[in-house]
Design a protein around this ligand. Structure first.
Ligand code: AMP
Ligand code: ZN
Length: 493
């Protein structure tokens, strides 16, 4: 294998550059995780998936990877992006909302949405991180860091909390370009605390003895600021300097800018040597929003009968730095391609063809995998990487039956492609490719439709039974009648 250089765009230096590791061959990587006040949406996963792809690419290059991605379960406020530290805790707000009525307390709510997120994560065939710390489990480290920042003169206490003094850090603004002289116009025009030295100073600790999640600190009862959580968790698991840090483009400022300020003034060392930010996803050409009806969670799409692997495929099909418009048509196309990989596996598992010279077949598949990996090393060029993988699948499907030698070459290709892109996992035994959960069509599980169709037939209402078959077909499923009853399968491609 030729020596490859893994290149990624670095937001800090504003260029595509080699991803280097401090320890040779060992990537230390931190990704900002979700705030667990609701189900994560496909936009959130659009930003987590490239992190998973970095891990897969690094592993394909033979690197060791220590990947930490956190869970934010306290301290992320509704107005954190515009006015530090304004608004209310997103978790508390969720508990008071209609959905919040299902939970007996805020810890329950956090637990529920954390588990939902983990389920979506595994449905999308994402790599398990080395550790997934929760902010609430690391308050001790957050307090220690805050105390040290006060001692060093970088932070100060007011009647409402502890704030980081952005004037104490000459480099503040180096990531986002929101340097101190520009801060006034850029953000945070809302005055929240007259005791702050400047309104751009951000909270490390909020005093609040009414907050539902509160801890005792040298400054009384309260809770940590959102930014200090990630600084403390990254350091707890990865040390003072990490190789790569990622998040969505909205995290660049204020979140990551503030993490850098805290961590670097605290340790006196660089915090992260490389920064990766994912462009925001749009849905059907618009910003995804609940009110415009184009808001999707992973589970919404699975319930509508889409294959989770197709959701993954669609979400990674456009490189992470490019504008990406998610459409249901794109998802349907992805579904067809995922089916191609499944069909390859079916043929591999059941070799039938006559044996012959397989050297050209082997050479083609090796070349296509190698080109796919090359594309991933070029700033995660997923559109080329996937196209190469798909060309490999077509190469396999073009064969008139696979003899056992070709089947094992194809198996190796599919396994390597899956390691790299996660779109062609080997089906588990007896897995025919159908989703295990029943699809829900217009709010009813498919079994209910089957039952209603059977009773329409018994009543000789064939117009109705045909209408049900058509409805199910439109949703992407086929009904098959047999003397034992009716079964359903997903329609191919
Ligand atoms: P949050 O749960 O708000 O803390 O967000 C979790 C992650 O999802 C962050 O890295 C955000 O940048 C990212 N994110 C939120 N919305 C989108 C979107 N529409 N497209 C891409 N990433 C997003
Ligand atoms: Zn973070």
């Amino acid at each position: 294998m030729p020596d490859r250089v893994f290149k990624l765009y670095d937001t800090m230096s504003r260029q595509v550059k080699e991803l280097r590791t401090v320890e040779p061959g060992h990537l230390k990587f931190y990704t900002c995780g979700p705030t667990v006040y609701s189900y994560a949406h496909i936009g959130n996963f659009r930003s987590f998936l490239p992190a998973d792809l970095v891990v897969r690419t690094a592993k394909a290059l033979g690197w060791r990877v220590t990947w930490v991605t956190n869970i934010t379960d306290v301290g992320h406020l509704t107005e954190d992006d515009v006015a530090d530290a304004g608004g209310e805790d997103r978790m508390e707000k969720a508990l008071r909302s209609k959905e919040g009525e299902h939970f007996s307390n805020i810890w329950d709510l956090a637990e529920y949405y954390t588990n939902a997120y983990l389920k979506d994560w595994s449905d999308l065939n994402m790599t398990e991180p080395h550790v997934r710390p929760r902010a609430t489990q690391h308050v001790r480290e957050q307090i220690t860091m805050t105390e040290a920042l006060i001692d060093k003169g970088n932070a100060y206490e007011t009647p409402t909390g502890v704030y980081f003094d952005v004037n104490s850090d000459n480099e503040y603004g180096k990531l986002s370009g929101n340097t101190r002289d520009k801060l006034k116009e850029a953000v945070r025009e809302v005055v929240l605390d007259d005791n702050k030295r400047q309104q751009a100073d951000f909270a490390l600790w909020k005093k609040d003895d009414k907050h539902l999640m509160q801890w005792f600190s040298p400054w009384g009862w309260g809770f940590p600021g959102w930014h200090i959580e990630c600084s403390a968790m990254a350091r707890a698991y990865l040390g003072d300097t990490i190789d790569l840090h990622s998040g969505g483009e909205d995290n660049m400022f204020p979140h990551h800018e503030c993490e850098i300020a805290q961590s670097e003034t605290f340790t006196g060392k660089p915090f992260s040597n490389h920064w990766m930010h994912v462009r925001f996803l749009q849905v059907e050409g618009e910003k995804m929003a609940k009110r415009t009806g184009n808001f999707y969670t992973v589970r919404d799409l699975i319930e509508q009968g889409y294959d989770p692997l197709a959701v993954r495929y669609a979400l990674i099909s456009v490189p992470y730095g490019k504008p990406f418009n998610f459409t249901l048509q794109g998802l349907k196309d992805a579904q067809g391609n995922v089916e191609r990989f499944r069909e390859c596996w079916r043929r591999v598992e059941d070799p039938t063809g006559a044996s012959g010279d397989s050297s050209a077949f082997k050479r083609d598949l090796e070349r296509l995998y190698s080109e796919s990996l090359d594309a991933m090393c070029e700033d995660l060029n997923t559109s080329v990487a996937i196209a190469k993988a798909l060309e490999g699948a077509k190469t396999i499907l073009r064969e008139q039956g696979l003899d056992s030698a070709r089947a094992s070459i194809a198996r190796e290709f599919l396994t390597k492609v899956d390691g790299l892109l996660g779109i062609s996992p080997q089906p588990r035994s007896k897995d025919t490719g159908e989703p295990t959960a029943s699809p829900v069509i217009d709010g009813k599980p498919i079994e209910v439709w089957i039952e209603e169709r059977a009773s329409a037939k018994r009543a000789k209402d064939f117009a109705q039974s045909d209408a049900i078959r058509d409805k199910v077909s439109e949703a992407g499923y086929e009904l098959r009648d047999s003397p034992e009853g009716t079964t359903w399968t997903k329609k191919l491609g």
